[in-house]
Design a protein around this ligand. Structure first.
Ligand SMILES: Nc1ncnc2c1ncn2[C@@H]1O[C@H](COP(=O)(O)OP(=O)(O)O)[C@@H](O)[C@H]1O
Ligand code: SF4
Ligand SMILES: [Mg+2]
Length: 387
């Protein structure tokens, strides 16, 4: 790892020398080769069976590190992220663009593109239907079919790019059932597809079933994507900015739909968004991310009524409300640090108006302020001793 942290030389200039680039490439190649071999190994299930820390959770992400080994150095996109998704709960992940929300969700789905992108360390514990617990981070990629698109389904931001333009909606929906269920006939697959289209509030399911993606509106396509995610009866749905590409009125409809479905599917939702308003409406728990780390997490009421981290407080001030005008919006000043060269101190320091002396020291540890509320900020370290 030595080379990745060797920043002194490069701090004085904005570029890397040829020698440094070659050294980075060599070190990267070594690590990527080891991690790729691990990913493509054959392994007995017992190697990645594990136990949940808390039996009420369906997913436990524990100190996850997901890196991209680029020519400029190692981008630590997810840098020690931990949070839980309880059964039957909606957990909202919020943070500015680029803070590592998608990389976290893609890590859970094991969709990180190698050899550059790799889960470097950490655990992703998931309880599947038969109550077996898998550490997804350790699963060989050949075994991922056991859960991906099956026990865990994902809804992406841009439904057009996730649908295949040359097949009808029906063909694509039937395919999901064929892949994930045994003993399916053409008729039973179609019946299931129509049932799913009905479930997501599509009025003329037969017509949509026979349509091509380009014949549908954005909102309809997102409904189809949700139907597709539901076709495998998942226990966990990961929705990554599911409404960002849609008009405001359609956004509200899709959110209503997701909320309604959660009760029907008896599962959990991990909802990723940069929009605190969406979180307030949908989530039971909130995880706030900043520069690849979780800086605060708690119940929705803790995060909205008692936000502690200066970044969470700033996010709430920058949230537009009905009676705020654009120019009155608070803007958190400054930039996120360069992900290749993260400092040792709090990543938010350059933008924080509440800095104390301690903030020049080490990165703040996570402090527990209630059974469910945690914050990583030096202002609260005193509370640790009080319980
Ligand atoms: N393929 C990649 N190569 C290098 N860096 C990447 C790659 N994918 C994502 N990143 C970086 O990882 C960080 C987190 O990205 P992402 O998880 O997509 O953010 P968001 O919170 O907006 O979803 C960003 O700094 C991004 O530039
Ligand atoms: S640790 Fe210090 S710099 Fe970081 S958010 Fe807290 S007060 Fe601000
Ligand atoms: Mg994203």
């Amino acid at each position: 790892m030595g080379i990745f942290n060797k920043t002194k030389k490069t701090e004085k200039r904005d570029y890397l020398s040829g020698k440094e680039i070659r050294a980075i490439a060599k070190e990267n190649a070594k690590v990527m080769k080891r991690l790729e071999a691990y990913k493509y190994r054959k392994a007995d299930e017992s190697e990645y069976l594990t136990k949940m820390k808390n039996d009420d959770n369906i997913l436990e992400i524990d100190n996850l590190h997901t890196y991209f080994f680029t020519e400029q150095g190692v981008v630590k996109s997810v840098n020690g992220v931990s949070f839980d998704v309880p059964k039957n709960a909606t957990v909202g992940i919020v943070g500015e663009s680029g803070c590592g929300k998608s990389v976290t969700s893609m890590s859970v789905m094991r969709l990180i593109q190698g050899p550059t992108g790799q889960i470097y360390s950490g655990e992703i514990r998931f309880k599947e239907k038969d109550d077996k617990v898998y550490d997804i981070a350790k699963m060989p990629i050949r075994d991922i079919y056991k859960i991906r698109g099956n026990e865990i389904a994902m809804i992406f931001q841009e439904p057009m790019t996730s649908l295949n333009p040359v097949f009808t909606i029906g063909q694509q929906l039937d395919e999901v059932t064929f892949i994930h269920k045994e003993g399916v006939t053409k008729d039973s697959a179609k019946a299931k597809s129509i049932e799913m289209l009905n479930l997501v509030g599509i009025a003329m399911p037969e017509r949509v079933y026979n349509s091509f993606p380009h014949e549908l509106s954005g909102g309809m396509r997102q409904r189809v994507m949700i139907a597709m995610a539901l076709a495998s009866d998942p226990r966990l749905i990961i929705a990554d900015e599911p409404t960002t590409a849609l008009d405001v009125t359609i956004q509200a409809q899709i959110l209503d739909l997701l909320r309604d479905l959660k009760s029907k599917i008896d599962g959990s939702i991990m909802l990723i968004t940069h929009d605190l308003g969406v979180i307030a409406e949908m989530a039971d728990y909130v995880v706030v991310m900043y520069a690849g780390r979780v800086i605060e997490k708690g119940t929705v009421s803790e995060i909205f009524h008692n936000p502690l981290h200066p970044y969470t407080i700033g996010l709430q001030k920058s949230k537009p409300t009905l009676d705020s005008k654009d120019e009155e919006l608070f803007n958190i000043p400054g930039n996120v640090p360069n992900p290749v060269n993260m400092p040792n101190y709090c990543y938010f320091k350059e933008r924080c108006s509440k800095c104390v002396k301690k903030c020049n020291g080490d990165y703040p540890e996570m402090v527990q302020v209630s059974p469910t509320h945690f914050v990583a900020c030096h202002l609260y370290e005193e509370d640790k001793n009080n319980g």
